[in-house]
Ligand binder design. Structure first.
Ligand code: 13P
Ligand code: SF4
Length: 360
C-alpha cells in the first residue's frame, strides 16, 4: 500500500469502465412520440405535477418541461425551482442526486423520476462510509461536497455546492479562516483550488463524460477553427480547462453563447446542452469538443449514459403508475437539508447583491 492509499480518499476513486453503461437514447417514430407527449401533458395537468429537466436530457423532455410550465436548468436552479413550485408532484428528469435533492427540500411533495437507476459516476465513486472515514481523517476541515453526491454523503457535509456557485462559497469560507475538504470531483476541486488559492484536500473522483475531453485534440481543433470560442464545464481535465474562453456551469455556458460576439463555439460538456444553445443562438455553430483521437477511451463520448436513461416512454409510465418515487431515510434527510439550505440561502443572498433581485 502506498502513502496515498493509507489516507482515506486520496487514491483514485474513478469508477471502473465496467460500471459505465453504454449510452442508449430512446428511439421513437413520430406517431408514438406524439402520443406519448399527449399522455404526459395530460398526466402532468391532472396530477398537479411539474417536470423539471436538466440541460443534458433529451430535447423532447426539455421541450415538454418548458411547454407545460416546468423548468429546464442546471442543478442549482433545478433545486431552487423544485423548492419554490406549488405543484404537489415534482418529476425530475435528470440523475438520481437531482431527484434526491428535490425530495430533501420538499419532503411533503411526491418526487418521481423516469428511471431510478440513472445515477452519476461522481456519486458512485464516493460511497458514504468511505467518505465518512475521509472526513474523520481531517477533523479540522470544513466539508464541502458537490451536489453530485448521495443524500448520505450530503448528510455528512457542512456545505453542498454546485458548479455555478462553488468558487464563491469556497472564497467565503476561506475568508472566515476555514480550510476545505472537497469531494468528489478532483478536476472541479483542482479548478477551484487554482481559481481561489484556498487550502483544499480533494477526493479523487471524476465524471466519466467530462474526463474524456482531450487537451491535445482540442488544440488541433482550435487550429482548425481559429475564430471559435471554447466553452468548458469545470469537471473537465486541466489540459482542457486551460484552453477555455469560459469555464462554468451549464447555465453559464449557455449564457456565454448569447453574450459572446462569436459565431462558432467548441463545447466541452454533454451534447444535450446543444438543444438550449441552438435555441439561444440559432445562427451560431456549435461543435463538440474532441473526445476521440488516439487517446480515445470513452464508452459514452460527450453524452452521459445515465442522463440518456430518461425518455418519454418511461416518463409516461411513471406518471401513470406512480412508480419510481424517491423515498429517503428520515434521519439522512434531516441532516442533508442543513448544507443544502446553506447553499440556497447563500445563492439567494448572492443574487440579491449581484443582481439587485429581491425576489430571488
Ligand atoms: P451543472 O450544475 O452545471 O448543471 O452540472 C451538473 C452536472 O452533472 C454536470 O455534469
Ligand atoms: Fe455525473 Fe458526469 Fe453524468 Fe454529470 S455528466 S451526471 S457529472 S456522470
Amino acid at each position: 500500500m502506498n502513502i496515498a492509499q493509507q489516507i482515506p480518499g486520496l487514491f483514485d476513486r474513478r469508477i471502473p469502465k465496467s460500471k459505465v453503461p453504454e449510452t442508449r437514447s430512446e428511439v421513437l417514430d413520430s406517431e408514438e412520440r406524439a402520443l406519448l407527449i399527449e399522455r404526459i401533458t395530460y398526466q402532468l395537468k391532472v396530477q398537479d405535477a411539474v417536470l423539471v429537466a436538466h440541460y443534458y436530457t433529451d430535447p423532447d423532455l426539455q421541450m415538454l418541461a418548458e411547454e407545460t410550465g416546468g423548468h429546464v436548468s442546471d442543478s442549482l436552479d433545478m433545486a431552487r425551482f423544485g423548492h419554490e413550485t406549488s405543484a404537489t408532484t415534482v418529476v425530475v428528469a435528470g440523475v438520481r442526486f437531482m431527484g434526491e435533492t428535490a425530495k430533501i427540500l420538499n419532503p411533503e411533495k411526491r418526487v418521481l423520476m423516469p428511471d431510478l437507476e440513472a445515477t452519476c459516476s461522481l456519486d458512485l465513486g464516493c460511497p458514504a462510509d468511505e467518505f465518512n472515514d475521509f472526513c474523520n481523517a481531517h477533523p479540522d476541515r470544513t466539508v464541502v461536497v458537490y451536489a453530485n453526491t448521495s443524500a448520505a454523503v450530503k448528510a455528512r457535509a457542512d456545505w453542498v455546492v454546485t458548479s455555478g456557485i462553488a468558487a464563491d462559497i469556497i472564497r467565503f469560507l476561506a475568508n472566515r479562516g476555514e480550510k476545505i475538504l472537497w469531494a468528489p470531483d478532483k478536476y472541479l476541486g483542482q479548478y477551484l483550488q487554482s481559481e481561489t488559492g484556498v487550502d483544499m484536500v480533494l477526493w479523487q473522483g471524476a465524471c466519466v463524460v467530462h474526463e474524456e475531453f482531450k487537451g491535445k485534440e482540442l488544440m488541433a481543433m482550435r487550429a482548425e477553427y481559429p475564430d471559435a470560442k471554447v466553452l468548458v464545464h469545470p469537471e473537465s481535465p486541466p489540459s482542457v480547462v486551460s484552453q477555455a474562453d469560459v469555464v462554468g456551469s451549464t447555465t453559464a455556458l449557455i449564457n456565454a453563447v448569447k453574450t459572446f460576439d462569436a459565431d462558432q463555439f467548441i463545447v466541452a460538456t454533454d451534447k444535450g446542452i446543444f438543444y438550449k444553445m441552438q435555441k439561444a443562438a440559432p445562427d451560431k455553430l456549435f461543435l463538440e469538443a474532441p473526445t476521440s483521437g488516439r487517446s480515445a477511451t470513452c464508452k459514452s463520448c460527450a453524452h452521459c449514459p445515465w442522463m440518456a436513461m430518461n425518455g418519454l416512454r418511461k416518463l409516461a409510465d411513471v406518471l401513470e403508475t406512480g412508480a419510481n418515487e424517491i423515498i429517503l431515510d428520515a434521519a439522512i434527510r434531516s441532516k442533508a437539508i442543513v448544507p443544502i439550505t446553506r447553499l440556497l440561502d447563500f445563492a439567494a443572498a448572492r443574487d440579491t447583491v449581484v443582481f439587485g433581485n429581491n425576489d430571488a
